[in-house]
Design a protein around this ligand. Sequence first.
Ligand SMILES: NC(=O)c1ccc[n+]([C@@H]2O[C@H](COP(=O)([O-])OP(=O)(O)OC[C@H]3O[C@@H](n4cnc5c(N)ncnc54)[C@H](OP(=O)(O)O)[C@@H]3O)[C@@H](O)[C@H]2O)c1
Length: 353
Amino acid sequence: MKQWVTLMDGIDGFHIQEVPEPVDLKEDEVLVRINAVAVNHRDVKIINGDFKGRYAAPASPMVPTSDASGTIVKVGGPVSATKWQEGDRVLGLVRPTHLTGPTRSEHHALGLGFPQSGVLVEYRVFSASGLVQIPHKLSFEEAATLPIAATTAWMALNWNRPIDKPVRGPQTTVLLQGTGGVTIHALQQATAFGLTTIVTSSSDEKLLKAQELGATYTVNYKKIPDWADEVLKLTQGKGADIIVETGGPETMPQSVRAVAEGGIISAVGVLTGMTEDKPQPAVGLSLINRNAALKGINIGPRDRVEEMMRLYEQKEIHPIIDRVFGFDEARDAITYVKEGSHFGKVVIRVNED
Ligand SMILES: NC(=O)c1ccc[n+]([C@@H]2O[C@H](COP(=O)([O-])OP(=O)(O)OC[C@H]3O[C@@H](n4cnc5c(N)ncnc54)[C@H](OP(=O)(O)O)[C@@H]3O)[C@@H](O)[C@H]2O)c1
């Protein structure tokens, strides 16, 4: 079978290789024929060498990417041990041991795509507890976009809500930054809850697409660099109750200005650089003045993934896929996401259904 590998040292070193299909399974493991893999911003950074110096590079070529969907083709033990059978349609959890509660270092240590081997491969062994059933109405491509981007969006909107009591209603305003994978999932979820949404983007064309998906307001952050003022204007001075902060150091100071009193900034991304490299002392005092919360989001556990998937099923949400690349085109898919012209998710088709 074929798999893509990287030494985390640049796109030129990202290559395809032939390896034997896995044969031996433990009782609690299953073999999955991978149908689709979704690309995340993190994969782009890993493959392009942006993690160099920050994390140890793998000693030997590693399979990158974390989000996959596929079909179970073999089970290691009886159904009582695995809870799965051949033919089940499943998606893989990025951190197979993260079943509930906050993300801890032991969950990270077993993360697929880094530091553990990832999913850009034709067949892969998964632990039975690291899989979730795909809702009937979702295609493999759509399902592959859920584990990181949709779960992160879900946690950014709902981290402080008990399961099954998610945030609802137009009185809640959510600010969503950019139009990448996390943001567009968050827009679809927030729209399904009937929340008021404000989406920012560098592109008017993408903002039009966001409106078609239900965005209440849109702001071009290139044309309006002081977009926090615009958010305050749109909310009659109140600000956004929840901010899905994907930008990081360059956007955080404005997010702090744009958050409502008592609101929440869900710190998700570092699209404008690693936050630790650019300390922002002003953020602390402004947060105090606004009595707002800053919460780091770190994907989410299995029980919250299942909770989120119920919403996708009930409301028939279909994740937005900008483009699907073939397995042999994985390098183009990574470059495409790096260039940032996508809207929503980019997917690689591994095996046909
Ligand atoms: N904490 C977590 O658990 C977690 C999970 C997933 C992702 N992340 C992080 O979240 C971020 C987004 O991930 P993603 O997968 O959604 O990325 P993505 O799909 O690659 O999204 C990139 C988009 O971000 C927008 N963007 C870039 N600079 C921006 C800025 N200054 N202000 C506002 N928007 C900006 C651009 O949208 P426009 O073209 O519309 O301007 C760009 O197309 C990344 O930093 C990623 O590493 C964190």
